[in-house]
Design a protein. Structure first.
Length: 291
């Protein structure tokens, strides 16, 4: 049932989902100790694809119009592949805080491209201020080269991940794949990326590092809580509550990720990181604000 405002159950579910997403950044980085980042991403896509496929068959969910959806579906899969080559390698090379702050500038890329490609999505004065704030946050992060894990390559890969994520959202907005069930959209992304990521994974070094039993449950966290059923929960929230309200909560994910990186991984909270986090979070809120 559609609701006009966020109630306590919705806020609680959204808060929990944001925590799961933030924790996922920590899990991805820790899993990279046992599996190479791209191989890890490929396995995640493979198992999540199987989970979504079983869900669709059991629930009788339509696969959409395969002929109509093939072009945009493959484009989404390619963008998804680039997104996770960027993000997984970024988390392996730089801190969770830096990678999360840069990665969650996705609304900045999406709103900028939507201004030119989607009628009715023009940039307003408030959104422009949001863009400037988010971009300033990225500049602050890139300018700070202190700390042992301040990798410029890792930062740029996180930026690539954000662009890939924005491209997926844009494809959904401007093509008829938006008419396909969300499970079908996710299946296009997961199936393409599973094959592509596993094929290119050997190019990024040994597939297995210091693998242990703990990495199995970490992969389970990524597959079931995030990549498959986490997505379905997010879609339910988007269907039930105002999209602008749900989108505005996205600023909490990098906030939680930064502080989880400090709490669980011992990452230093430099002033530059906190300033960048504040700028990006404020920018996200303004970009997602409706008039």
């Amino acid at each position: 049932m559609r609701k006009d405002q966020l109630d306590l159950p919705g806020a609680s579910a959204l808060f929990l989902f944001v925590l799961v997403l933030a924790g996922n950044q920590i899990i991805m980085k820790l899993t990279s100790e046992g599996l190479s980042p791209v191989f890890q991403a490929g396995l995640r896509s493979l198992f999540a694809c199987l989970a979504i496929l079983v869900w669709m068959l059991v629930r009788g969910v339509s696969f959409g119009n395969l002929r109509r959806d093939m072009g945009p579906g493959l484009a989404m899969g390619l963008a998804f592949t680039l997104e996770f080559i960027g993000l997984f390698n970024a988390l392996d090379m730089t801190t969770v805080a830096r990678a999360s702050i840069i990665f969650y500038t996705m609304p900045m890329h999406l709103s900028l491209t939507a201004h030119f490609l989607i009628p009715g999505e023009r940039l307003t004065r408030v959104k422009v201020i949001g863009l400037i704030c988010a971009f300033a946050g990225v500049v602050v992060v890139l300018a700070d080269r202190s700390g042992g894990q301040a990798s410029l390559a890792g930062d740029l890969l996180a930026w690539l991940g954000a662009i890939g994520w924005a491209a997926i959202a844009l494809i959904v907005r401007i093509t008829r794949i938006s008419e396909a069930p969300p499970e079908a959209q996710q299946l296009w992304q997961l199936s393409f990326s599973a094959v592509a990521l596993l094929l290119v994974a050997p190019l990024f070094g040994p597939l297995v590092r210091d693998f242990g039993p703990e990495h199995i449950w970490m992969m389970g966290y990524q597959v079931f809580l995030v990549a498959s059923f986490g997505f379905l929960g997010w879609f339910y929230l988007m269907k039930t509550y105002p999209a602008s309200t749900i989108a505005s909560f996205s600023f909490l994910t990098p906030v939680f990720a930064v502080f989880m990186g400090w709490a669980f991984l011992g990452e230093a909270l430099h002033l530059s990181v906190l300033v960048a986090l504040a700028l990006v979070s404020f920018g996200i809120v303004l970009i997602n604000r409706r008039g």
